[in-house]
Design a binder for this molecule. Structure first.
Ligand code: ADP
Ligand code: MG
Length: 437
C-alpha cells in the first residue's frame, strides 16, 4: 500500500486523533451490534501499547437531519439517541482499557495478620469522555491526557460544520492532536471535516490498521487480482452498481455473475416478461450497454436461468421455481432458482479472487434467503480452496452473517458506499488525504 500507516510513524507520547467508525446501532442506551467498535480495537490497542495519547472521534447517525425532519413533522426529537456515551461505557468495560493496581494475575497472598495482600484492584480510569468534540474544555482534556489514556469525543455530526467540511471546524479538531489517523474506511468516501479537512492542518496523517487492511484487500482485487477473478453482483438497484460493474469489466474480471432484483432490468431490456418483479426501466439501455461491453471485453456475463417466484396475489409461501422465460405478468421473482445456484457454483469453482456485493434475492424474507445462502456457501468453499474472497455492502454482509459464514470469507469490508466507490476505481477523499509512503 502506498499510504503511510500508524506503524510508519513514531507515536510515543504523541496526541493521536483517531477517526474511527463507531456508528453502531444503539437502542435505549444498549449497543446492539459492536462489530464496528471491535474493528477499531487493534488500532487503539496498538496506539496505547506504543505509549500514545489517544483521542477517538466518530459520527453516530444523522442527528441534524433527523432533528429537522422531526421539527417539520412536529414529532419529538430524541437528542439522547445521538450520544456516543454508551460507546464510552462499553470501552470502559474492556479489560485492556482498565488499569490494575497490584498484580492482576498473581493470586492474593495471606499476610501474617491474616489479611489478603497483593489482590488486584481494577480501576476504570484510562478512558474519558468529552461532552463535545471541540472547544476549550475538550482541548484541556486532550492536553491533560497521559500516555496510554483514551479520550472519546462526542458525536462529530452534532456540528453541521462536520459534514460541510468547514475549514474553521477542521482546524479546531486539528488543534487537539499531533498526529491524525484515519481508521474509518466506511466514511472515507465523504470529504468531511474529520476525514479530509483536518488533514490540511495536521503535519502527519496516516492510515489505521483497519483502514490498511481494507486498502490492501480491495486494492489487490482492483489492481492486481489473482485469476480467475469472479465478481458476483446482486441487490436491488442497477443504478447503484453501474460504476462498479463497468470498472470490473474494464479490469477484465473473468466472470461476472448477476443475480438479485438487478437481473430483471437485464431481462426486460432483452424483451423477456418479468411480471411484477423489481425493474428499473430507465436503466434498460445501460443494461444492454453493459452486456455489449462485457462481450467486447471477453468477460463471461452470467444471468439467472431460473428463479423463485410467487403469484403477486398469493402468500409468499406459494413460491415455485421456474425458468426465467416462463414468467407471466402476475408473477414476482424474489430469488434465484436451483439451476442458477448450480451454474453460479460451477462458475466459482477454481476462482482465485472473488468480489461479492448484493444479495441474490430478498434474503430478509425466508425462504427467499436460500439462493443467497447457497452462494455464500459456494464462496466459503472457494475460499477454503485458496481463493481470496471479499464481501462488501451492508445487506450482503448481513446475509453472510445470517448464514454464519463470516469467518470463512477472507475479508468482510466495513464500507457500504465506500467499498462500492473504491471498487468503481474512484479515489476516496479520506484516503487521498493521507501521507504517501
Ligand atoms: P448491499 O447493501 O449489500 O449493497 P443492496 O442494498 O444493493 O445490497 O441490495 C439489497 C436489497 O436487495 C435487499 O433489501 C434485498 O431484499 C433486495 N433484493 C434482492 N433481490 C431482490 C428481488 N428479487 N426482489 C426484491 N428485492 C430484492
Ligand atoms: Mg443495502
Amino acid at each position: 500500500m502506498s499510504k503511510k500507516t500508524i506503524k510508519d510513524v513514531d507515536i510515543a507520547g504523541k496526541r493521536l486523533f483517531i477517526r474511527v467508525d463507531f456508528n453502531v446501532p444503539i437502542k435505549n442506551g444498549v449497543i446492539e451490534d459492536d462489530t464496528r467498535i471491535r474493528g477499531a480495537l487493534p488500532t487503539i490497542e496498538y496506539a496505547i501499547g506504543k505509549g500514545a495519547k489517544v483521542i477517538l472521534a466518530s459520527h453516530l447517525g444523522r442527528p441534524l437531519k433527523d432533528k429537522k425532519k422531526a421539527d417539520e413533522k412536529g414529532r419529538p426529537y430524541e437528542a439522547g439517541k445521538y450520544s456516543l456515551r454508551p460507546v464510552y461505557e462499553y470501552l470502559r468495560g474492556l479489560r485492556q482499557f482498565q488499569s490494575v493496581a497490584g498484580n492482576a494475575d498473581a493470586p492474593a497472598q495471606i499476610s501474617d495478620d491474616g489479611t489478603a495482600v497483593g489482590k488486584a484492584e481494577i480501576k476504570n480510569d484510562l478512558v474519558f469522555f468529552a461532552d463535545d468534540c471541540v472547544g476549550p474544555e475538550v482541548e484541556q482534556m486532550a492536553n491533560e491526557l497521559k500516555e496510554g489514556e483514551v479520550l472519546l469525543l462526542e458525536n462529530l455530526r452534532l456540528h453541521p460544520e462536520e459534514e460541510q467540511n468547514d475549514e474553521g471546524f477542521a482546524k479546531r479538531l486539528a488543534e487537539l492532536c499531533d498526529i491524525y489517523v484515519n481508521d474509518a474506511f466506511g466514511t472515507a468516501h465523504r470529504a468531511h471535516a474529520s476525514t479530509e479537512g483536518i488533514t490540511h492542518f495536521v503535519d502527519t496523517c496516516v492510515a489505521g490498521l483497519l483502514m490498511e487492511k481494507e486498502l490492501n484487500f480491495l486494492g489487490k482485487a482492483l489492481h492486481d487480482p489473482e485469476r480467475p477473478f469472479v465478481a458476483i453482483l446482486g441487490g436491488a438497484k442497477v443504478s447503484d452498481k453501474i460504476p462498479v460493474i463497468e470498472s470490473l469489466i474494464d479490469r477484465k474480471v473473468d466472470k461476472l455473475l448477476i443475480g438479485g432484483a438487478m437481473a430483471y432490468t437485464f431481462f426486460k431490456a432483452n424483451g423477456l416478461t418479468v411480471g411484477k418483479s423489481l425493474v428499473e426501466d430507465a436503466m434498460m439501455p445501460q443494461a444492454l450497454e453493459i452486456e455489449a461491453k462485457a462481450k467486447a471485453a471477453g468477460v463471461e456475463l452470467l444471468l439467472p436461468t431460473d428463479h423463485q417466484v410467487v403469484d403477486s396475489y398469493e402468500p409468499l409461501t406459494s413460491r415455485k421455481a421456474i425458468p426465467v422465460d416462463f414468467t407471466n405478468a402476475g408473477l414476482v421473482g424474489l430469488d434465484i432458482g436451483p439451476e442458477t445456484v448450480e451454474i453460479f457454483k460451477q462458475a466459482l469453482k477454481g476462482a482465485k479472487t472473488i468480489v461479492w456485493n448484493g444479495p441474490m434475492g430478498m434474503f430478509e424474507e425466508k425462504p427467499f434467503d436460500q439462493g443467497t445462502i447457497a452462494i455464500a456457501e459456494a464462496v466459503s468453499e472457494a475460499t477454503e480452496n485458496g481463493a481470496t474472497s471479499i464481501v462488501g455492502g451492508g445487506d450482503s454482509v448481513a446475509a453472510v452473517n445470517q448464514a454464519g459464514l463470516a469467518d470463512k470469507i477472507s475479508h468482510i469490508s466495513t464500507g457500504g458506499g465506500a467499498t462500492l466507490e473504491f471498487l468503481a476505481g474512484d479515489e476516496l477523499p479520506g484516503v487521498a488525504a493521507l501521507d504517501e509512503k
